[in-house]
Design a protein around this ligand. Structure first.
Ligand code: M1P
Length: 270
């Protein structure tokens, strides 16, 4: 993919005009928290010769670099558009775009109350099988909250996921947060396996579309009239739902990376 990236056509010279494909990351391009396969990277490279491509993930760019890039290959060189944290952190052709911050939007006082409530709730929740570290991960565009902690190992992640499928700790915690902070204007989104994301209403994955649609304002910019989105959490309540069902996109629901490749072959012949 890195070699092919050096010869890709300019955005306004891609053979299939005015078209972009956006992808969720976990369980769409890669298994959750794991790396993309060489086959997937090859498919994306072939696709990039036909249309513009981008990813839009809830995680931060560091994790997307680990999953999609390589030590010597920046992920920002592999996609035309990289939208980390739902597009709150955005790169276009390797260059950063303007970003907005969660803390700037919410303010320190409200943020402190929110975090204190989360930490108390987790401390009082005895049923979680094990607790590790980093129960609240502060990101630029959101906060990620995990009752087991983001330091959990792969095995502990799987254990928590199985436990939470029955216990619904995250679901109950989100209900408690909604009740406690009804006037904060926040969305709570259970998109992964051990955590949930907290961000201002509207800062879901549709946030990234403003960057895509702003392309036409650039000199020689492309007016993206066809925006495909591929994701696995496309049912209502999933963190792909809003962008999947947005009238500006054509949504594709996938069951995993293999299915994404299958659908790309059907639609684009790559
Ligand atoms: O991309 C989906 C989610 O992936 C992670 O969730 P978890 O660690 O719970 O599986 C997080 O990075 C989360 O922010 C993200 O939405």
């Amino acid at each position: 993919m890195a070699q092919a990236a050096t010869v890709i056509p300019a955005l306004n010279e891609r053979p299939i005009k005015n078209t972009i494909c956006l992808f969720d990351v976990d369980e769409t391009l890669t298994p959750a928290r794991r790396s993309a396969t060489p086959e997937m990277l090859q498919t994306l490279s072939a696709l990039r010769h036909k249309v513009a491509i981008g990813f839009v993930g809830g995680s931060n760019l560091v994790k997307q670099q680990e999953q999609l890039g390589a030590p010597s290959i920046p992920v920002t060189s592999l996609f035309d558009f990289c939208f980390a944290e739902n597009g709150l952190v955005a790169y276009r052709m390797g260059e950063p775009l303007a970003s907005h911050s969660f803390i700037g939007w919410l303010g320190e006082e409200k943020y402190k109350k929110l975090v204190n409530f989360c930490l108390r709730w987790i401390a009082d929740c005895d049923e979680v099988p094990v607790k590790r570290g980093t129960f609240v991960e502060f990101r630029n565009g959101m906060v990620n909250v995990s009752p087991v902690g983001r330091n959990a190992s792969m095995e502990e992640r799987a254990q928590f996921e199985e436990f939470d499928n029955k216990a619904e700790v995250r679901k109950r915690m989100v209900e408690a947060l909604r009740k406690e902070f009804p006037d904060y204007g926040l969305t709570f989104s259970i998109g992964g396996k051990i955590s949930f994301d907290v961000f201002p209403r509207g800062w879901d994955k549709t946030y990234c579309l403003q960057h895509v649609l702003a392309e036409k304002e650039r000199p020689d910019g492309v007016d993206y009239k066809t925006i495909h989105f591929f994701g696995d959490k496309t049912s209502e309540g999933g963190n792909d739902w809003e962008i999947f069902s947005d009238p500006r996109t054509i949504g594709h629901s996938v069951t995993g990376p293999e299915d994404t490749m299958k659908q790309l072959k059907e639609v684009f012949g790559v």
